[in-house]
Design a protein around this ligand. Structure first.
Ligand code: CUK
Ligand code: CUA
Length: 623
């Protein structure tokens, strides 16, 4: 470069800075050249060119929407909403017979914590489990179809907030309760809280072949509130840990009354030992559950004090420590499993509560990490380099620190107020250490306004370097609590349902479509194909069904278009009914035709150029 070019270059930069300064003075947020370069490099990190795919799935809870949100990482593009605890007309979930039976009349759920099934501590990508704090349920989503395939209602529960977390080989899916409640939800005066109210942990199992939950056993605990839990790994693989609050037994004004004690507890449970107890028949039957009482079962349930009202507890990827996030106490407490086990071995107990030996804090606690000014720690995530990442709800940031030394390495603001964060492969023995997503409760004015209720938001943060880098924020529907970020090749979705001529209620040729009338039951064995419905091949009008008022009508529909992405919908005009059949799928819609009249039936899912022609009629003749 010549001298004159350097000089003009310097002038150029100075002039540029001056212009930038003037603009900045005028408009506040004007971008500098440096900002632009920075934004370009950020944009490049998340740009997924057309024809290419994201590296990770992010499967995020939809909170009180009762749904699962599917995102791509790093693009942060939303890919799908999967209904879990809530009916969804877009997919017919809760309208067709099977899913309606599965929802059992419930119209909402409060889904906080998704957990992917694990094998040897790694996500195996087969199923995703979900808890419903609102109505005491646990659900399984088959990740080959992204359909919810089983929901189990749990007895004796009061809001299973502290689940779901799976053990290393998905032996158990654990769900501890948030609200103490008399067993079975019976009436009991709050004056008898300490005696009659209970906390309960449900230990459920899942049969992957049958796709069915089973309640293996429950553990009856003191009426504390159980906030979060995690399963051990490797050396701690037989254990689960759970945080508690309200060890004060407050029954009103919890905001004040449940924050009196300086210390609450972390409860440690050896599920392997309890499994043996149950196999040996050492339990009481309570409302259909095999109930374990710590007062009768020694050697499996312990607790260790922790700074007041902790929120999350997370086990490190190597399984050697568990870390509690303080919530009200502005610190993270690192505990050692090894020390806990040796204290148990030597029966080094301070006292006993409700039959639960209390381990000495000073012995089991390894370190308190207290970054100055960091307030409201809620949850901990991990990378592959021995670091922990804590969300700080009040000071609205993520703090990165070294687990071995406790040294704080970096802090980065969130927009705003993160609850959980989710790191890539974060719950496994092998986190990836490239991305973390802050799941925020607020967004203030970050996005176009949609009125007084602003969207929640998510921050994508690059954690691959020493310093964290905030890449982007995106809005999200209410309400993200936790998510799982899983490598895309761990998930293997099918493209079509397999043609199965033996499948109950299915027909595969349009000539075979027929109607069976049996008293006041009308069974339509129909097909959906581009671009028509065939209900009765022999009829003068094969796409018309005539029934009598009061008939119980069953539409058993099979989509015989074995072509990728050709889903047909099935809506009945004015009957408040809609469901869908995906390629190769058979689904049943059943209802009582209690409204007489003429009702158009139409395909609700755009499927071909002749989609508008894909229609018919339901005629309901008065009695
Ligand atoms: S909880 Cu939402 S921020 Cu329900 Cu996991 Cu912590
Ligand atoms: Cu089938 Cu539209």
């Amino acid at each position: 470069m010549t001298k004159s070019r350097i000089i003009s270059g310097v002038f150029g930069i100075l002039a540029g800075l001056l212009v930038a300064f003037v603009f900045f003075a005028d408009y506040g947020g004007q971008e500098t050249a440096e900002d632009q370069a920075d934004n370009k490099s950020k944009a490049e990190k998340v740009y997924v060119p057309y024809g290419e795919l994201d590296d990770y799935y992010m499967l995020a809870s939809g909170g009180h929407s009762g749904q699962l949100f599917v995102y791509g990482i790093p693009s942060m593009r939303k890919i799908r909403t999967v209904p879990v605890f809530t009916p969804d007309p877009a997919t017919g979930y809760g309208y067709d017979k099977d899913t309606k039976e599965m929802l059992d009349g419930y119209t909402w759920g409060d889904f906080h914590h998704p957990a992917i099934s694990e094998t040897e501590g790694e996500y195996d990508g087969e199923f995703l489990f979900a808890n419903d704090v609102g109505n005491n349920r646990v659900a399984a989503v088959d990740l080959s179809t992204f359909h919810t395939t089983d929901i189990m209602k749990l007895p004796n529960m009061g809001g299973p907030h502290a689940g779901v977390f799976v053990t290393e080989n998905t032996e158990y899916i654990a769900l501890p309760t948030r609200f103490a409640r008399p067993l079975g939800g019976e009436y009991a005066s709050l004056d008898n809280y300490e005696e009659e109210y209970k906390g309960v942990v449900s230990m459920t199992t899942f049969d992957r072949e049958k796709q069915e939950f089973d309640l293996a056993y429950q553990i009856m605990l003191p009426p504390w509130s159980y906030d979060l839990s995690d399963a051990g790994k490797k050396m701690s693989g037989d254990w689960i840990v759970m945080t508690t609050y309200n060890t004060e037994f407050a029954t009103t004004n919890l905001e004040i009354n449940a924050s009196q004690n300086d210390r609450d507890y972390i409860v440690l449970i050896n599920w392997k030992k309890l499994e043996k107890e149950v196999a040996d028949g050492n339990y009481n039957e309570v409302n259909g559950a095999k109930m374990i009482d710590p007062r009768d079962h020694k050697g499996a349930i312990y607790a260790v004090p922790v700074a007041k009202s902790p929120h999350g507890v997370d086990v490190t990827p190597d399984g050697e420590r568990f870390i509690a996030a303080g919530k009200l106490a502005p610190l993270m407490t690192v505990f050692s499993f090894e020390e806990a086990f040796s204290a148990i071995e030597e029966e080094d107990f301070k006292e006993e509560k409700f039959g639960i030996p209390i381990l000495p804090y000073d012995r089991v606690m390894e370190r308190e990490v207290d970054p100055p000014g960091a307030l409201g720690p809620l949850h901990t995530q991990f990378d592959d380099r021995g670091n922990a990442y804590n969300t700080m709800f009040i000071s609205s940031e993520i703090v990165k620190w070294n687990i071995d030394s406790g040294e704080v390495i970096d802090r980065i603001p969130n927009y705003y107020s993160p609850g959980h964060a989710a790191a890539s492969q974060g719950d496994t023995v092998d986190p990836k250490g490239d991305w973390i997503v802050g799941l925020n409760k607020l967004s203030k004015d970050n996005f176009l306004s949609v009125g007084p209720s602003h969207p929640e938001s998510m921050d994508l943060i690059d954690i691959s370097g020493e310093k964290m880098e905030h890449i982007m924020a995106v809005p999200v529907d209410p309400e993200p609590h936790y998510a799982q970020i899983v490598e895309r090749d761990k998930i293997n979705p099918i493209k079509l349902y397999e043609k199965d001529e033996d499948r109950e209620d299915s027909v595969w040729k349009k000539e075979d479509a027929h109607i069976v009338r049996d008293g006041d039951e009308v069974h339509v064995y129909g097909i959906a194909m581009r671009s028509r419905f065939v209900f009765d091949a022999e009829a003068e009008r094969p796409d018309v069904v005539e029934v009598k008022e009061g008939d119980h009508v069953y539409f058993h529909m099979t989509n015989i278009d074995l072509d990728q992405d050709i889903t047909h919908g099935f809506g009945i005009n004015d009957y408040d009914l809609n469901f869908e059949v995906q390629p190769g799928q058979t689904s049943t819609l059943d209802f009582v035709a209690d409204k007489t009249g003429t009702y158009p039936i139409y395909c609700t899912n755009f499927c071909s150029a002749l989609h508008q022609e894909m229609s018919g009629y339901l005629l309901v003749e008065p009695k």
